[in-house]
Design a protein around this ligand. Sequence first.
Ligand SMILES: Nc1ncnc2c1ncn2[C@@H]1O[C@H](COP(=O)(O)OP(=O)(O)OP(=O)(O)O)[C@@H](O)[C@H]1O
Length: 223
Amino acid sequence: MDVITVKDLSVSFEGQPVFEDLSFKLKEGSTTSLIGQNGVGKTTLIRVLMQMLQPTTGNVTYSKKENGEPIKVGYVPQFRNIDKDYPLSVKNFIQLNAGLFKSKAYKQSVNHIIQETNLTSIQNSSMGELSGGEKQRAYLAQALIDNPDFIILDESTASLDPTAKLSLMSLVKQLNETRKITVLFATHDIELAKEFTEDYIFMQPGSYETGKIKNFDESRVGR
Ligand SMILES: Nc1ncnc2c1ncn2[C@@H]1O[C@H](COP(=O)(O)OP(=O)(O)OP(=O)(O)O)[C@@H](O)[C@H]1O
């Protein structure tokens, strides 16, 4: 099953095209890297996929699940630092959007996600005191709360050290394998993309291509 179908998508700002006639499909359980030089339109595409930005032309269709419900999308942002005095613990941060009503089942699912993302021992620490990699794992945990079918990582590993990058992406791969979550990973790190994803979408000014990432020649990507 295709989770998402993108057809003839174009976005322009004030008449200036960012990208034009982009078409691709993402299969359920697939892992795809979104690559391309700075400014080529990766974040703009992600904003359209997240339905935060209306495309100029074309459309994005999300499939329905077997139970008729729409596909749920989770989002893990680019790393940005959180102040040392940020007033939430890791656990409270993860359940930030849950409102006040927390059923027993909900609490169990929060605890399960905390375990899955290896945050158990620091769940009561203040968010502001975590390392960059730990903060990104907390963002990932937050994205998992709604039980997404599809997660988008927008350069989520940028500025993490090599160990933290591997740890975050190993977790993502594990979630892909155990929960069949479809993954779209925007990145400049082709080595990481090759290690943790199967497919790619390579955006270039005025064109794009798709394929198997193992065949992608990384010297083609400038920064
Ligand atoms: N709201 C907006 N209004 C006008 N121009 C915009 C807007 N959002 C993005 N752009 C422009 O669209 C182009 C693509 O930006 P985008 O952030 O999507 O690129 P990117 O591939 O994600 O880059 P990076 O790798 O640096 O994150 C840039 O030239 C940017 O200045």
